[in-house]
Write a protein that binds this ligand. Structure first.
Ligand SMILES: NC(=O)c1ccc[n+]([C@@H]2O[C@H](COP(=O)([O-])OP(=O)(O)OC[C@H]3O[C@@H](n4cnc5c(N)ncnc54)[C@H](OP(=O)(O)O)[C@@H]3O)[C@@H](O)[C@H]2O)c1
Length: 315
């Protein structure tokens, strides 16, 4: 598909992930329209969602809209989180079926939708067991998004592509402590500690847990690949955007001490829970679909994220 033939609607364009997508689209010269409440469209409202798609007639819809936040947020606000996200999913698919059934919907699916017990996430197992209770509201809504997409494919032929996505980090995340994502929160902590010449920095847990991280601009580049080649074999099934490797919190902290040249003392607050020891995503399917894709090295991603936080903290 050539650039001139693409017209995208990016839902959640003002969010952390949405901004990483729109940056790539702008760079590629792709026509797109962003939507979110701040931009005047509440996707829980079926009429507003239908009006948007009727007007824009997109070829692609990148669905980065969600009511989501930290573990604390999705637990405290569990009822609102599931209600809002389910409403958005239903509004979206009903509107697509009615107004632009030819459009391809691209859904990031956060890896908290994987079963709680898994330590290596394999696509074929992603519905084999309940999600962890701490992410019940959000994880369940992502599974329902996939189920909704399947049903609208069955009845209306709507095509969707689901990208199972690890925790992301990078520029443009919210600075609200209840919304900031884990690795970004750690980078922000180091930026503040260095700027304030803090002699100590407290990190929760023992540092042992291993997690996989995706640099958000890499997600934007992958979405662009998918938009151009939606028929690549394999993409008809949910696909991990995976490297099959993670870093322990301790390794990340060492990396940040080096990046920030932080000389203060690290205090490990082992009274705080670690969670599961290891969570990484199997990349066998990913490598077949995107054999040439190069992920950004984590040092470079963290350095760019640090520059972002340095630019927004008023010291
Ligand atoms: N961040 C990660 O680490 C990560 C990892 C894997 C997958 N993902 C997935 O990526 C997607 C986006 O996450 P994010 O981290 O970018 O979240 P975010 O920063 O909170 O952004 C959410 C976006 O959704 C919009 N939105 C929320 N409620 C809306 C509503 N009722 N109507 C219209 N727009 C609404 C928000 O804008 P307004 O407030 O202006 O409405 C914002 O633009 C989610 O599906 C998430 O699961 C994220």
């Amino acid at each position: 598909m050539v650039v001139a033939d693409i017209k995208a609607v990016v839902l959640g364009a003002t969010g952390f992930v949405g901004q990483s997508v729109t940056q790539v689209l702008r760079r590629q010269g792709v026509a797109y329209v962003g939507a979110s409440r701040a931009l005047g469209v509440d996707l829980r409202d079926p009429a507003a969602t239908a009006a948007l798609l009727r007007r824009e007639q997109p070829t692609h819809i990148v669905n980065c809209a969600a009511n989501v936040g930290s573990l604390n947020y999705v637990t405290e606000q569990a009822g609102t989180v599931i209600a809002d996200n389910v409403r958005m999913a239903l509004s979206l698919y009903e509107a697509v079926a009615r107004e632009c059934p030819q459009a391809i919907v691209i859904n990031p699916i956060a890896n908290c939708a994987y079963p709680a017990e898994a330590d290596v996430f394999r696509e074929e197992d992603w519905l084999e067991g309940p999600v962890h209770r701490s992410v019940l509201s959000y994880g369940a809504s992502r599974r329902l998004l996939w189920n909704t997409a399947e049903c609208f494919a069955m009845q209306h032929g709507v095509k969707s592509i689901h990208l199972l996505t690890p925790n992301m980090y990078g520029p443009y995340d919210s600075t609200d402590p209840n919304k900031t994502h884990a690795l970004n929160a750690l980078v922000a902590k180091f930026v503040k500690a260095r700027l304030a010449c803090q002699p100590q920095l407290v990190v929760w847990g023992t540092g042992a847990p291993i997690r996989e991280w995706l640099y958000a601009p890499d997600f934007g580049r992958l979405v662009w690949e998918v938009m151009q080649h939606p028929d690549r074999p394999g993409l008809e099934q949910p696909t991990n955007l995976a490297q099959n490797s993670g870093l322990s919190v301790r390794e990340l902290v060492t990396l940040m001490q080096r990046t920030f040249n932080y000389q203060g003392q690290i205090i490990w607050d082992a009274a705080k829970p670690d969670g599961a020891l290891k969570k990484v995503m199997n990349n066998a399917r990913f490598r077949c679909i995107f054999p040439a894709f190069q992920f950004t090295p984590i040092d470079d991603g963290i350095a760019a994220t640090a520059r972002y936080y340095e630019s927004i903290y008023p010291y």
